[in-house]
Design a protein around this ligand. Structure first.
Ligand code: SF4
Ligand code: SF4
Length: 207
């Protein structure tokens, strides 16, 4: 026959003991975070939203090699590389990342992709506010991930620093865009050289 459990306190004292727990908690330090009004500072090496970095003259560091995509355990990265030309150059070497997407509905922010990147093109920022109600909005494009322009940079596409080669960029010898560097026409993105558009429109108006 099972032994009856021993009652340690008289029955009427149990509710009072319960309130004692509540009473003690009232004087403890509050752990509630007032997010989003007060945002917590993240650790310096926090794994947040990714960023595609640029060289100091504005050319892109990504060479479209897809190593980040192969390293990703969640299959969250999609890359399409393409060839640079002298007329439309995005990175110092042969290839650049023409299409670059990260799907944040899949990404677990593990950081394996940034470890795999051979050019340090891909790093992670401290930004953590990535929630969205739309799956489509969670697919970040290259335009969203590409770092902004800093002082001394010119937006891509543009020519290599005169006299410099790809190695010089990685040796840190190029520290800013050469004086007079101008953005080239991104023909692969559907842009047309100045003057070409008006001529084409003029032709269209005649027909
Ligand atoms: S952080 Fe991890 S899961 Fe996210 S894209 Fe990089 S490798 Fe994939
Ligand atoms: S981000 Fe790095 S690893 Fe990924 S395609 Fe570009 S260069 Fe290669």
């Amino acid at each position: 026959m099972a032994e009856e459990p021993k009652e340690t306190k008289p029955g009427f004292q149990n509710p009072v003991a319960g309130f004692g727990v509540t009473f003690r908690a009232m004087f403890k330090k509050r752990l509630t975070e007032q997010y989003p009004e007060q945002k917590k500072t993240t650790a310096p090496r926090f794994h947040g939203r990714h960023q595609l970095n640029r060289h100091p003259d504005g050319l892109e560091k990504c060479v479209g090699c897809e190593l980040c995509a192969w390293a990703c355990p969640a299959d969250a990265i999609y890359v399409e590389g393409a060839d640079n030309t002298d007329e439309e150059r995005y990175s110092p070497g042969e290839r650049y990342g023409r299409v670059y997407q990260i799907n944040y509905a899949r990404c677990i922010l593990c950081g394996l992709c940034i470890e795999a990147c051979p050019t340090r093109a891909l790093t992670m920022t401290n930004e953590f506010e990535l929630a969205d109600s739309s799956r489509a909005n969670l697919i970040y494009t290259k335009e969203q991930l590409l770092a902004g322009l800093e002082e001394g940079m010119v937006d891509t596409p543009h020519a290599l620093y005169p006299g410099a080669d790809e190695q010089d960029y990685y040796r840190g010898l190029v520290t800013e865009a050469a004086p007079g560097t101008e953005r080239q026409v991104a023909v692969s993105k559907g842009e047309r050289p100045a003057g070409a558009s008006s001529a084409a429109e003029g032709q269209g108006a005649d027909t």
